[in-house]
Design a protein around this ligand. Sequence first.
Ligand code: FPP
Length: 255
Amino acid sequence: MGKAIQFFSNLFSRAKRKAVLLGNKIPAHIAIIMDGNGRWAQKRALPRIAGHRTGAESLKSCVKACAEFGVKYLTVYAFSTENWRRPKEEVSFLMNLLSQTIDREIEELDKNKVRLRFLGRINELSQELQDKIDWAMKKTEKNKGLNLSVMLNYGGRAEIVDAVNEIVGRDGATKVREQDISAALYTKELPDPDLLVRTASEMRISNFLLWQIAYSELYVTDVLWPDFRREQLAEAIQAFGSRVRKYGKTKEQVS
Ligand code: FPP
């Protein structure tokens, strides 16, 4: 009996949340700094890798929720250019987790028309991982559903440096405009994020999408990434709905 009540109460709160979101502005592009895996594990006296493993489940839940809510782009920070400084065992666990997650999820992602991208200095990863990434990106490149971008060996400054070097390497380039830089970033095929979510309370950007988040709304939650699921994403979207985006204008001009 208790279970039945719980089931209907869950169903009701899901429906209520969906109804609230239906009347809401849905961000076209959500970017997420997935933080707090280590703290989540520590709180449970588990090794840090247990936090990463459960974090992969949170990502799956958010991918499904984005498709359900009508978000077109989801971009997540999986591994930064600075994360190589972590203990060797943790780095290799993260690389393996990534590779296994591709193997495990690719068919379902493809079936659900998700287009998968891996963006960053991919050429510095192991050849085996590069081959798998190339294969997964090609397999899903014609999909027209959610655009899921996994930022890997990614740094915002490195990305801008790579973009500028690409431009100055072109014949005859003498002057650089904003749109030239945007068009040379790893994210050239994506619109700028509307909403940047960071879990685990930290009020930092940590070298993520430095160029692209110029006008993004920021949402920081104390929920740790392994606990961040559909319901928490819905809360972030709800908060986004109450923001007024001014792009430098006055409140009166935009309302
Ligand atoms: C931050 O938590 C998390 C990371 C550096 C790795 C993100 C990876 C995942 C969520 C795994 C799933 C992703 C894929 C693409 C399979 P932290 O370790 O910095 O946490 P802490 O600040 O509490 O120590």
